[in-house]
Ligand binder design. Structure first.
Ligand SMILES: [Zn+2]
Length: 465
């Protein structure tokens, strides 16, 4: 068995790892690298391995840092099947098209500048037709049912409790002359008791582990606290008649917040302030959340039994057209605007931030992970001014962060999870998908938890067993 680490190795985004068993190359995730424009340009275009040499792909979930570079892989010659859960396939259908549109739009912007400078234009990373080809290669599979990749290699998806459709991949294999082995690839690890989704499923008898480490050095407040904190923030904008701007990933965080607001309104804990989900992608993703009830936990199902819908209520509006979105600029508060992209790198959220971040009666609510060198991170760091659409804007709005809303398990939740799996059985654990401190700390914690060997792989590093 051979492991080659390609992306999210020593860093957070661009998840991609190659597992080679019996000469077959299995790619685990193929995410977009997100960060500085130039670095992202290079990393997303250049694979360490020839894509035509990849035999098959296993995809953990639909977030762009895990699935967003699949169309590039296909464009560069990958022809194999892409196995994922049914909900992940549905989410990828909308998200990859959306990402292709962003790629085309972004490069047009860059090319205008290049042409003025007399330089050759760049091609977009990928186009809608590449995204469509990638979608055609998706093979949806149900949770908990093993399926065969090749002779002696089987995969089973288990609930990861992170976003709709997110899966842990259990890979059971046997190589010439060796006994049966089990590798677990976590993708992103969710949390117990977060709304809507089922809890992460324990996997026993793991020999090799590739684990995310995003919050490998942090402890979140309990998930239940999020509701109380959200209540406080909504109360504040009711007093100031301000706008609550929430940058949120279209998939996961948006539905989580809508569902929590719905509960708070239903329980009469907050005033029925108008709520706008202002992102066509977020609206489309919410429909997919509504469809895939097999992923819901008992709380969400109960909501339905009581004649209510988790993502629809009286003061909830899903805007579609640009005109509807622009109309929000002149409408008076209090109101809540949930928009994408989650890290404020593109999309309608940029307009809402530009229009509202300089007013002290407004609040920008940070509800998710903000990678280094993103606008979201600079806002979360409470910089005095931030650059939006090329101009500096003063940050006068209040910036509030609710860490309890995270969809990633923290260090202690991850350790508790692996303890339940039987940490001492794990021969080799590879910590990926984290910043330096998180990786170092988490790797040491896993050793203390009883795992025999832990590693923090670098891009291009190969391990053979
Ligand atoms: Zn994720």
């Amino acid at each position: 068995m051979k492991l080659t680490f390609h992306g999210a190795a020593g860093e957070v985004t661009g998840s991609a790892h190659i597992l080679t068993i019996n000469g077959k190359n299995i790619l685990l995730d193929c995410g977009l690298f997100q960060g500085k424009r130039k670095e992202a340009f290079e990393k997303n275009r250049n694979f360490l391995v020839d894509p035509s040499k990849i035999d098959v792909m296993v995809l953990s979930h639909a977030h762009m840092d895990h699935s967003g570079n699949v169309p590039t892989l296909v464009k560069k010659g990958f022809k194999g099947k892409i196995f994922c859960t049914e909900a992940t396939a549905d989410l990828c259908k909308i998200m990859l098209h959306d990402c292709a549109r962003i790629q085309v739009h972004d490069i047009e912007f860059v090319n205008k500048k290049r042409l003025r400078q007399g330089k050759n234009p760049f091609e977009p990373l990928y186009a809608p037709e590449d995204a469509e080809r990638a979608i055609q290669q998706l093979v949806p599979m149900p949770y908990s049912k093993p399926f065969k990749l090749f002779d002696n290699v089987e995969v089973t998806f288990h609930d990861a409790g992170h976003i709709l459709g997110s899966a842990f991949s259990e890979i059971d294999f046997r190589e010439n002359g060796t006994g049966a082995k089990k590798l677990m690839f976590t993708g992103d690890i969710g949390r117990r008791d977060i709304p809507i989704l089922k809890d992460p499923v324990l996997i026993k008898d793991i020999d090799y582990l590739i684990t995310e480490s995003t919050y490998g050095d942090r402890r979140h407040p309990p998930a239940e606290d999020a509701k109380g904190e959200l209540e406080k923030v909504v109360d504040t904008i009711c007093d100031t008649k301000g706008k609550l701007i929430i940058p949120a990933f279209s998939v996961g965080r948006t539905q989580y917040i809508v569902y929590m607001l719905n509960k708070l309104f239903t329980e009469g804990r907050i005033e029925p302030v108008p709520v706008y989900v202002d992102s066509p992608l977020s609206s489309a993703a919410t429909q997919i959340y509504s469809k895939h009830r097999e992923c819901w936990d008992s709380g969400a199902v109960e909501f339905l039994i009581n004649g209510k819908k988790p993502f629809t209520f009286d003061n909830m509006h899903y805007t579609e057209s640009v005109q509807e979105s622009m109309a929000l600029n002149t409408m008076p508060g209090p109101m809540i605007i949930i928009s994408a992209s989650g890290m404020c790198e593109a999309g309608r959220i940029l307009h809402h931030l530009r229009n509202n971040i300089d007013d002290p009666k407004n609040i920008v609510l940070i509800v998710g992970y903000m990678a280094e060198n993103t606008l979201g991170r600079r806002i979360a760091e409470r910089r005095r001014e931030v650059k939006i659409f090329g101009n500096y804007v003063p940050v006068r709005a209040k910036v509030v962060e609710i860490a309890a809303l995270s969809a990633h398990a923290d260090e202690f939740e991850m350790l508790e999870y692996f303890d339940g799996c039987g940490a001492s059985h794990i021969e080799h654990a590879f910590c990926v998908h984290g910043e330096k401190n998180a990786l170092t700390n988490f790797s040491q914690s896993l050793l203390k938890a009883g795992m025999k060997n832990t590693h923090i792989p670098l891009p291009g590093q190969i391990f053979e067993f």
